[in-house]
Design a protein around this ligand. Structure first.
Ligand SMILES: Cc1cc2nc3c(=O)[nH]c(=O)nc-3n(C[C@H](O)[C@H](O)[C@H](O)COP(=O)(O)O)c2cc1C
Length: 179
C-alpha cells in the first residue's frame, strides 16, 4: 500500500464488530511509528496495551469511572468494548516548560498518525478516542499512569469494516493563501 492510499483510505472505525487482532502486528506497527518526528529526540510517548482478554476487566473499571452507578450505560459501553481487538492508551511526557510540552504533544500526534496508518496498512482498523473519563485522576490511577505524563489517546483496535465515511471539504484552494 503506498502512502497516499493509506492516508486517503484510513478512516476511523465507528461501527463495532467482533474483532481479533494479532499482537505481533501491533508490536511491529509501534516499532515503526516511533520514527515520528519529535523535538530533541525526546521520544515522549508511552503506551499501555489493554489486550483482548483484559477488555472485560477494563470495561468494568472504566464503567465505574465514566457512568457512576448507571448500570445500563455501563453495560452498553462494556458490550461495545468487548468486541474490540484491544485498546492502546497512549501518553506523552509532560514538561513544565511550555515549549517542550507543546512539542511533546505534537510529537504524540505525529506518532498517532504513523501508528494508525501502519495499522491500517495491515488491515487493523482504529479509532482515536478522547472520552471525558480519560482526563480524570481516577482513570490515570486505574491505568497506573503518573501525572508526569499526559494521556492523549484511547486507541480502539478492531477489524477494518466498511464504515469509511468521512469526506473532507477543505483543500488547497480553501486553506492556502499566498503570503
Ligand atoms: C485528537 C482526536 C480525538 C478524537 N476523539 C474521538 C472520540 O472521542 N470519539 C470518536 O468517536 N472519535 C474521535 N476521534 C476520531 C474523529 O472523530 C475522526 O477522526 C473524524 O471523524 C474523522 O474521521 P476519519 O478519522 O475517518 O478521517 C478523534 C480524533 C482525534 C484526532
Amino acid at each position: 500500500m503506498n502512502l497516499k492510499d493509506a492516508i486517503l483510505n484510513r478512516r476511523s472505525i465507528k461501527i463495532f464488530g467482533e474483532s481479533t487482532i494479532d499482537v505481533d502486528v501491533v508490536k511491529q506497527a509501534i516499532n515503526s511509528a516511533i520514527y515520528a518526528p519529535n523535538h530533541g529526540v525526546r521520544e515522549p510517548w508511552h503506551i499501555k496495551y489493554v489486550q483482548k482478554e483484559q477488555l472485560e476487566q477494563y470495561a468494568e473499571q472504566v464503567g465505574d469511572i465514566a457512568f457512576k452507578g448507571d448500570e445500563q450505560k455501563k453495560r452498553n459501553h462494556a458490550s461495545k468494548l468487548s468486541m474490540l481487538g484491544g485498546i492502546l492508551v497512549v501518553s506523552v511526557d509532560r514538561d513544565v516548560r511550555q515549549k517542550q510540552h507543546h512539542e511533546n504533544l505534537m510529537a504524540g500526534g505525529a506518532f498517532m498518525q504513523n501508528l494508525m496508518l501502519l495499522l491500517h496498512a495491515e488491515a487493523v482498523g482504529t479509532c482515536w478516542h478522547t472520552p471525558g473519563y480519560m482526563f480524570t485522576p481516577e482513570y490515570y490511577q486505574m491505568m497506573n499512569i503518573s501525572s508526569d505524563q499526559e494521556i492523549i489517546a484511547e486507541l480502539y483496535l478492531m477489524d477494518v469494516n466498511d464504515d469509511n465515511s468521512s469526506e473532507r471539504s477543505n483543500g488547497y484552494d480553501d486553506i492556502v493563501e499566498t503570503w
